[in-house]
Ligand binder design. Structure first.
Ligand code: ATP
Ligand code: MG
Length: 457
């Protein structure tokens, strides 16, 4: 008789015992049940060449949800659930603002699936405990079974692989959140409130010089490769951007594109609602990993400038400042903001991108923008020809036009128009407007803008 046969006979014997145990267990005294179970297990262990590892749904003193169990569930749902016949559907509603809930399929009770890892077979069984006393609770758990010869590989590489994949899938599926800070409550505690972040912006539709865009994307990919990679190349694992440029050049759009690309939450920090340094510290500590902390219009929210405004400054600039300044500037100081930001980078393993935006880069304190603190100063400028081509593709689905494109190229070189204004002109104004009408509207508008600039000059 071969070893496999012996094992399968023994297994059916065990199964019969288990059957009797389940059927008549309730009629037997508790001590006797425990005795039978103990010796059945002992007997099984002697001949069983398989190792079992259980992962419980809840663990710890307070019986909390175990993250490991969740990650394995996610991994199995994505990788092997197509082989399972009985599945349990769970509706995941990310937030009250999120209208379409997601369906998460997990293994049904006692469902078993087989996985192959580097040619090694492993079994996963969705199990549940049977409460033995009236006071004990039923608990779900997943059992991983494999041959004892592969113990080392499975307990290290395979489990690691499952958890990493589970984490990656969770990150990919999660609904991004947009956090904004609220003034302190009556307890003096500042708070973040959040809604779902649903902005369609992506790098593909962002209008800017292709090489500049490529550089940022490469930066982000490097950053996402993580700490070890950065250590290896001898660079600090942090990312800070300063986006500057006139209104309507796509600074906020760029932030949304970065959030979507990285799959990071966004913390929009409104400094004017932060009372003092202490509050700022609490808020920053309260941000989660894999997030972007944004401070928009940094020049308007903090008293950063040592120089007073020049009387002869451009009227248009004045207008913007007036629009964006707030009466009540907070007591947050520049030096504490910088300290906390440096602190966040060193203490939190760097999984936070910090982005400042401003319309006037010259007004910022050099300490804030010195190279090394902000890794890149990205100028979002008026619409150039390359940026226009991206907008034309997005808005009109046109990639070239022998006659009109060269005119637009010339005019864009002669006058300043923001991508927001170019985009506005490209949107059809009536149902009969075809793409040529829209391009002509833009040309008209560029002419007007050029004339105005000349008159002003
Ligand atoms: N570079 C761009 N690419 C694609 N769309 C753009 C770009 N710039 C502006 N837009 C369009 O114009 C709108 C306004 O742009 P956005 O809010 O990003 O400008 P901003 O630079 O943040 O301006 P502000 O300084 O006033 O905050 C966006 O919703 C987008 O539709
Ligand atoms: Mg903006």
């Amino acid at each position: 008789m071969g070893i496999v046969e012996i094992w399968s006979n023994l297994w059916s014997f065990m199964a019969s015992i288990m059957f009797v145990y389940v059927m008549y267990g309730q009629f037997l005294p508790y001590n006797l049940l425990e005795y039978i179970e103990k010796y059945t297990r002992k007997l099984t262990n002697i001949v069983n060449p398989y190792v079992e590892i259980n992962f419980f749904e809840k663990s710890g003193d307070s019986f909390e949800h175990d993250e490991t169990y969740e990650l394995i569930q996610t991994y199995l749902s994505a990788n092997s659930s197509q082989n399972a016949k009985r599945l349990t559907a769970k509706i995941v509603k990310e937030s009250k603002h999120h209208e379409t809930p997601r369906v998460l399929l997990t293994l049904g009770d006692y469902e078993e699936i087989i996985e192959n890892f580097k040619g090694i077979k492993v079994w996963w069984l969705a199990n549940r405990t049977h409460p033995k006393t009236p006071n004990s609770y039923e608990q779900r758990f997943l059992t991983l079974t494999f041959h004892k010869n592969h113990r080392d590989l499975i307990t290290t590489s395979y489990i690691q692989h499952v958890l990493e994949q589970g984490k990656a899938i969770t990150m990919k599926n999660r609904q991004l959140k947009l956090y904004t800070n609220k003034p302190s409550d009556y307890m003096g505690k500042p708070k973040w409130s959040h809604t779902t972040f649903q902005h369609p912006a992506c790098f593909e539709t962002l209008a800017m010089e292709p090489c500049k865009k490529e550089e940022i994307i490469n930066d982000l990919i490097m950053f996402s490769k993580g700490k070890e990679y950065y250590n290896r190349i001898g660079k600090a694992w942090k990312l800070g951007y300063l986006l500057f440029g006139p209104p309507g050049t796509g600074k906020s759009t760029m932030i949304s594109a970065i959030a979507n690309f990285m799959n990071y939450d966004v913390y929009d920090l409104e400094l004017t609602s932060v009372l003092d340094n202490n509050e700022l510290k609490k808020l920053l500590i309260d941000t989660s990993s894999k997030s972007i902390i944004v401070i928009e219009d940094i020049d308007c929210s903090l008293d950063l400038t040592s120089q007073r405004k020049n009387e002869e400054e451009d009227e248009e600039e004045e207008e913007v400042v007036k629009k964006k300044s707030y009466n009540n500037k907070s007591d947050v100081t520049l030096s504490s903001l910088l300290n906390f930001i440096d602190g966040i980078w060193s203490a939190c393993g760097g999984e936070r991108i910090i982005i400042f935006t401003t319309n006037f880069v010259d007004k910022l304190d050099p300490a804030l923008i010195r190279r090394g603190r902000m890794d890149k100063h990205i100028e979002m400028s008026y619409c150039g020809y390359q940026a226009f081509k991206i907008l034309a593709k997005n808005y009109l689905d046109v990639e070239s036009h022998d006659e009109l494109f060269p005119i637009i190229e010339k005019l864009l070189g002669e006058t300043n128009m923001t991508p927001a204004d170019v985009a506005e002109n490209l949107i059809p104004k009536s149902i009969n407007d075809d793409f040529q009408t829209c391009l002509n509207n833009l040309i008209q508008s560029l002419h007007t803008s050029k004339q105005k600039a000349e008159e002003k000059a």
